[in-house]
Write a new protein. Structure first.
Length: 155
């Protein structure tokens, strides 16, 4: 299974809000700059995250996006579902149901499809155990700075 850029950027953006702004409203341009993500693409990603109810938006001068739930309640699986959909390692569900329609549980094709489903479920379970709060904790342990590097002027 390969994670798309859209999904990786979505996870980075949510992590950025949780880590740098403690869930408070954050402007897309700030996230894009800190995480080196194209701003227009990030705006599109936030629409997916908003539909999935992972973020909300606040308009105005101090507006931006903020987490809809606490970081401990948003997992990597939520991000994957918002940007990629369900994790499927087997065939397209329509093809899979057609393939299984003419088989009995004892045929090898059916057994393989069951194995792919089991592996996909195990992968989903692993992603479901990693929350944004876990990522914030790892960043703190690694010594990641919460401040944006500033400019030094010498005269």
């Amino acid at each position: 299974m390969k994670i798309s850029s859209r999904c990786r950027y979505a996870a980075l953006a949510l992590f950025d809000i949780a880590f740098h702004n403690d869930g408070q409203p954050t402007q897309v341009k700030q996230i894009a700059k800190r995480q080196n993500i194209p701003g227009r693409f990030l705006e599109q990603i936030f629409q997916d995250l908003r539909r999935a109810e992972l973020v909300d938006g606040k308009r105005g001068r101090n507006g931006g996006y903020f987490l809809h739930r606490p970081p401990s309640e948003i997992t990597l699986l939520d991000v994957i579902h918002a940007t990629e959909g369900l994790i499927e390692l087997g065939q397209d569900p329509k093809q899979e149901s057609q393939a299984m329609a003419g088989t009995t549980p004892l045929e090898s094709g059916h057994i393989l499809l069951m194995a792919w489903d089991e592996v996909g479920q195990q992968i989903s379970d692993i992603y479901a155990t990693i929350s944004l709060a876990d990522l914030v904790e790892k960043a703190e342990q690694a010594g990641l700075s919460r401040t944006t590097p500033g400019y030094m002027y010498f005269i």
